[in-house]
Design a protein around this ligand. Structure first.
Ligand SMILES: *[C@@H]1O[C@H](CO)[C@@H](O)[C@H](O)[C@H]1NC(C)=O
Length: 804
């Protein structure tokens, strides 16, 4: 968060100050510690062009390092020697971290083939000698915390003109040791003087690095501070300050004259009591320093009375960090008053255990206030009308609870633009809220707010951070937030993409880490101005509903941050782990109307085709005939000859009308007998026994036949004889062999043609399936096969037949 105030300077925000405090005397070891910490979690890291070998008990440089690596971390090992062959192949090497090893001798010429080497850290080793080989590409060289007694630098180092950072620690110091530094235009010079054992005053040169960091000698008899002279230095950071240094420090500060270039002073890790602290503060107050950070001091007991002189000061920003103020008083009102009434633009007091802060008693110049990581409560700045210039108020990580009270706190802060209330215990109880009219950025992240928070917001809000709360939806009834451009709802409990009905100007929406399963149509209707959406890390339900969301990326109107890696299907189960990008579902499956239409069309076309085929090829007839044929075959297979009556001598008896005799004699009989000569037909003309009556002959014929075939036609129906025959056959049907009747419909018989007295025939025709004589020649083959199969049976060869 960068804030520019009316004086047009960049103030050290809490975050900046934090960062600065971490850049302590040896920034790099902190850096390496961070890396090592990370390494412990994840022992092997191969990230991009970085190779991490830190903390692996290596005694030599591994020889299998990929040649194109640019960053090589070998810190925290047991390496004692470096060879030219170790680095020769690493022509792209830019950063080499070798801190916390056991290197004794360093010949910088081992890097002669690493033309891109910019950053070399050999701090915290055992270095005793350093050979003089200038690496002209080098920008950052850390030689601090080694074992050398005197300065290692030789004049050739003056040729490393690109050098921006140089870290050294020194035990014995001579002015001439620093002569090489005069040639270098360093940005930052770090001097670790903790172990300085020999120093005669006047041996310190005039430093011209823009930023000077000194860890002070722990031998407090060595008064280097008194000799410290700065020429172009703008930023001075002193660390490891002993109580005994304080006088020297005050002297140094009071010696800074009006023409001093020093603007930023950081005192880190200081041993002192309250009086020492106030003394230093007063000295800095009266010096030319503009930005003062003091951090890392043991707990200070706040006395009853203050002796701090609020004279005019050059200080613009004061940051007091990690200095716990303790007190026996119920409230150290004096201290609150001292801070509250400071006539400066920016004040930070963080990690100080503050439980309260007072409203300035008169018009205040504060434009920036940061009291993060304290224990402030809802009672702070109530009805405070002297903070009218305040633009930024950071109250992160405190004990605020009531959002309404917070809103009322801002009512009189007419200039307040940014309020950071993150990491508190805020919730909204439904009471009327009243915000400062100019609040445009509000950070309410990491509280316990529910969706009701949307009823307690500044109307002119532009940026709203609500991440890490308990919000499950954006409610319908909220005030219009016409200016809202950025809304962060990450890490809440949303189950669907919210709509933007009340903030149609929204450009950036963050809903990462929620429980968003699907999109809402509302989102697409009302969130048209969004151009950046962070929607990853949600348990997406990969179904039709999500298609529109997935298409967002293709359309390109919205930039999906983290696409495609962070957008993964969670449901349904079989798609779990699939990237949304790779989830495809067709329009057809998702559009019910379209699906029904297509299915209907396909069905209709299919039915039409089937009907056509049926009609054209008369499929039902074939099917029916095949069915009969197979039934007959089945019967033959099942029936055993023993079951057959001995009397059966013929396969079939044929009954027909005289009018159809042509067809019977020329077509039916020849065809039945054609292929199987064993087939015997009883024909009353052919097989009649003289002396018996016609009826007797017919009955005889029927009884001796396995089947009775009736050729039906209108003619048949007219003939009484035929009907008799049918009657007998039918009679047999009931008395014995059940399926002995075969009806062939030679010509269709309209039912009205059948005389009503032939109800038996009618009933038979209605009940029994009959074989129809097909008109088409192509079907005749099947017809005959079927008929033959129906009468097929093994008959015993009886002598009687011959007699017949
Ligand atoms: C709000 O505060 C949180 C936590 O303090 C921080 O991480 C976040 O970046 C802040 N949001 C903005 C927009 O500054």
């Amino acid at each position: 968060m960068k804030v520019t105030n009316s004086h047009q300077f960049k103030q050290p925000t809490c975050t900046m100050a934090e960062r600065r405090s971490s850049i302590t005397n040896n920034f790099l070891s902190a850096f390496i510690l961070t890396i090592t910490f990370w390494t412990n979690i994840q022992s092997s890291m191969e990230h991009g062009l970085t190779t991490d070998y830190s903390g692996r008990y290596l005694v030599a440089i591994p020889n299998n390092i990929p040649a194109h690596r640019t960053v090589l971390d070998l810190s925290h090992n047991n390496i004692s020697e470096l060879q030219i062959s170790d680095f020769r192949s690493l022509s792209k090497l830019q950063t080499l971290l070798l801190s916390y090893n056991l290197i004794r001798v360093l010949n910088l010429s081992v890097f002669q083939y690493n033309k891109d080497l910019q950053h070399l850290d050999v701090s915290h080793n055992n270095l005793q000698t350093l050979s003089c080989y200038p690496i002209s590409s080098l920008r950052h060289l850390d030689l601090s915390y080694n074992n050398y007694a005197a300065m290692l630098l030789c004049t050739k180092f003056g040729k490393m003109l690109n050098l921006e950072y140089l870290g050294l620690s020194i035990r014995r110091m001579q002015k001439s040791d620093f002569s090489v530094l005069a040639h270098l235009q360093l940005d930052t010079l770090f001097l670790g003087l903790e172990d300085l054992s020999e120093y005669s005053s006047g041996n310190l040169p005039v430093f011209n690095a823009k930023s000077l960091q000194i860890a002070l000698p722990q031998n407090t008899d060595l008064h280097v501070l008194l000799d410290l002279e700065l020429s172009a230095t703008k930023r001075l950071q002193l660390s490891k300050i002993q109580e005994k240094h304080i006088n020297d420090l005050r002297t140094f500060l009071s010696n800074l004259n009006k023409h001093s270039t020093l603007r930023n002073l950081t005192l880190n890790n200081m041993q002192c009591n309250w009086d020492g602290f106030i003394d230093i503060l007063q000295s800095v107050w009266e010096s030319t320093t503009e930005y003062f950070v003091i951090s890392n001091v043991p707990p200070l007991e706040v006395p009853n009375t203050m002796h701090f002189n609020q004279t005019a000061t050059s200080i613009k920003a004061l940051a007091i960090k990690q200095i716990p103020f303790t007190t026996f008083l119920s409230a150290p009102t004096n201290m609150y008053e001292m801070f509250a009434n400071m006539n400066i633009a920016a004040l930070t007091i963080s990690d100080a255990g503050l439980i309260h802060m007072l409203c300035p008693s008169k018009f205040s110049n504060f434009t920036y206030l940061c009291f993060s990581n304290n224990s402030l409560t809802d009672t702070v700045f109530k009805k405070c009308n002297n903070l009218t210039l305040l633009e930024t108020l950071i109250l992160q990580s405190n004990q605020f609870k009531d959002l309404t009270e917070v809103s009322l706190m801002t009512t009189l802060m007419n200039s307040l633009k940014y309020l950071d209330m993150s990491k508190n215990l805020l919730w909204y109880n439904g009471n009327k809220c009243e915000w400062g009219e100019n609040v445009v950025k509000l950070n309410l992240s990491s509280n316990v707010l529910s969706e009701s928070v949307f009823r307690c917001l500044p109307v002119n809000i532009q940026m709203l951070d609500l991440q890490d709360n308990q919000i499950s939806s954006v409610p319908m009834e909220i005030i219009e937030l016409n200016y809202l451009e950025e809304l962060n709802l990450a890490s809440n409990k949303l189950t669907a993409l919210p709509g933007c009905g009340h903030f149609r100007g929204l450009k950036l929406l963050n809903i990462e880490n929620n429980s968003v399963l699907s999109q809402s149509s509302e989102f697409f209707q009302s969130c048209q101005n969004i151009n950046i959406l962070k929607g990853g890390h949600n348990p997406f339900m990969c179904s039709c509903e999500l298609r529109r969301f997935i298409n967002l990326e293709k359309q390109g109107s919205i930039e999906l941050i983290g696409w495609p890696d962070f957008y993964v299907c969670e449901y349904p189960h079989h798609l779990k782990g699939t990237l949304l990008r790779d989830f495809h579902v067709s329009e057809l499956v998702c559009n019910v109307k379209l699906l029904i239409t297509v299915v209907l069309i396909i069905t209709v076309v299919f039915l039409l085709a089937v009907s056509f085929v049926c009609i054209y090829f008369d499929i039902p007839w074939y099917l029916k005939t095949m069915w009969h044929w197979s039934q007959a075959k089945h019967r033959i297979w099942k029936s055993k000859p023993e079951d057959m009556l001995d009397s059966i001598q013929f396969h079939a008896f044929i009954s027909y009308s005289e009018h159809d005799s042509d067809w019977v004699k020329n077509v039916l009989i020849p065809n039945l007998e054609k292929e199987d000569t064993s087939i015997r037909i009883c024909q009353h003309e052919r097989n009649f026994i003289a002396g018996k009556s016609i009826v007797e002959n017919i009955i005889d014929c029927i009884e001796k036949s396995y089947k009775s075939i009736f050729v039906l036609s209108p003619n048949f129906v007219q003939s009484d004889w035929c009907h008799y025959e049918l009657y007998f056959a039918h009679h047999k049907l009931f008395s014995g062999n059940a399926d002995s009747l075969i009806l062939i419909l030679l010509e269709p018989i309209p039912s009205y043609v059948i005389p009503s007295r032939y109800h038996k025939l009618k009933a038979l025709m209605a009940k029994r399936t009959y074989l129809e004589w097909p008109k088409e020649k192509s079907k005749h083959g099947l017809f005959w096969a079927n008929l033959r199969a129906a009468i097929q049976i093994e008959l015993p060869l009886s002598d009687e037949i011959n007699e017949l």
